[in-house]
Design a binder for this molecule. Structure first.
Ligand SMILES: Cc1ncc(COP(=O)(O)O)c(C=O)c1O
Length: 381
């Protein structure tokens, strides 16, 4: 089945583990969640981690934990709607930063320019939420220096890149290590690198933030004493992860290296089989055995044919998707957006297309997709 661009891989899950829950008193936010948190910290290289019910909640809790009075957040224009939705609900302002057309991510120059424009317009951003797009890793060292100077806290949106690692200037970087940020958020939605069915996590190296997040996850109720058992610290909601999801997550983490290798193998195969079509499109994904690619992205040289290609793939039961429509194009956000330079985001959006990538894809399925793409471009030869 390749009718979606991504799909969970729950094969060989040991269902005996679920029987244990019947005799356990705590079936949400219990021992399995704690075990999963330890494993996440180990993979990411963070001091603390905290699981929750999805990646959107992870972003919301992270923003709340930083307690900004006048919330002004810099977001990449190529973005999922989760972060802008949250900021809109919190009545904050969104400053959109353009992206680098090669990577789909913000880069140092674009960020520097965004800060320059903010200064000119007397806008004072206090949070920046960059995305590690598609499974790649954004280099944050220099960007974080600008942030420090301007009192901007960084929350990394690592929803695409759980388990990705890279060597940058001889230093090992893992998404979620929070070396240049306060917090990193993850989603464990079924199409992501690993899944807990629905779920999310936050990593941090700050004990203070970790303690705050624990409260925020569960109604902000702090235990006090027997005849007045709790006090409410600040308004929040319930973002807890059920134990059954944590069991799935622990099982997925056991397979993380196999998943990474499988995705990398598919990337290599795609690259090899599609290389003769480089006049029509380029491929964003590059090979690095330590990266954990979430989506496979092509960029069309002639964006005018994108709709036709999408319809052709869909009529051949091949799932495809666009990641993402620039945020300024969603009319719902118009009122609270401050938008600067959108040029590269528009170019990226016009040319970008996501093709299927998931661990359960067979070599034959990749070859079938390649054959269909060749067939489509035959008429343009
Ligand atoms: C970049 C990004 N941020 C945030 C989210 C939100 O995660 P969730 O769907 O688990 O709420 C997603 C999920 O698709 C995402 O891709």
């Amino acid at each position: 089945m390749i009718q979606n661009y991504g799909q969970q891989d729950l094969s060989k899950i040991n269902i005996n583990q679920f029987r244990f829950l019947k005799t356990e008193e705590i079936v949400t936010n219990g021992e399995f969640c704690k075990k999963l948190e330890k494993k996440i910290s180990k993979i990411c290289g963070s001091k603390y981690s905290l699981v929750c019910n999805n990646g959107t909640s992870a972003l919301l809790m992270s923003i709340l934990s930083l307690k900004k009075k006048n919330l002004v957040v810099i977001l990449p224009n190529i973005n999922f709607v989760a972060a802008p939705n949250i900021i809109s609900l919190l009545k904050g302002k969104i400053v959109l930063c353009d992206i680098n057309e090669e990577t789909g991510m913000v880069d140092y120059e674009k960020f520097k320019n965004c800060i320059k424009i903010c200064k000119k317009r007397k806008i004072k951003p206090n949070i920046f939420i960059p995305i590690h797009y598609a499974g790649n890793i954004l280099e944050l060292q220099n960007i974080s220096k600008i942030c420090r100077k301007n009192k901007i806290d960084i929350i990394e949106d690592g929803c695409h890149s759980f388990g990705s690692k890279k060597k940058i200037a001889q230093k090992k970087i893992s998404v979620g290590d929070c070396k240049f940020s306060k917090l990193t958020t993850f989603s464990f939605h079924p199409v992501k690198n690993i899944t807990t069915l629905e779920g999310g996590a936050i990593t941090t190296n700050s004990k203070k933030l970790y303690e705050k997040l624990k409260l925020l996850r569960s109604h902000s109720l702090r235990k006090t004493y027997i005849n007045d058992p709790y006090t409410m610290v600040s308004p929040t909601l319930n973002f807890r992860m059920p134990e059954i999801n944590a069991i799935v997550g622990i099982d997925q983490i056991k397979k993380i290296n196999i998943f990474r290798q499988k995705r990398n193998k598919i990337i290599l195969l795609y690259k090899k089989q599609l290389s003769h079509l480089e006049n029509f499109f380029s491929i964003l994904n590059f090979y690095d055995k330590n990266l954990f690619w979430h989506i496979f992205v092509i960029k069309l040289k002639n964006p005018k044919i994108k709709r036709r290609l999408m319809n052709f793939l869909k009529s051949n039961k091949i799932g495809c998707q666009i990641h993402y429509k620039p945020i300024f194009m969603h009319s719902a956000f118009k009122k609270n957006i401050i938008s600067n330079d959108n040029k590269s985001s528009i170019n990226f959006y016009n040319s970008q297309l996501t093709l299927p990538l998931f661990t359960k894809m067979s070599i034959n399925e990749v070859k079938k997709i390649v054959k269909k793409i060749e067939l489509f471009f035959d008429k343009y030869q």
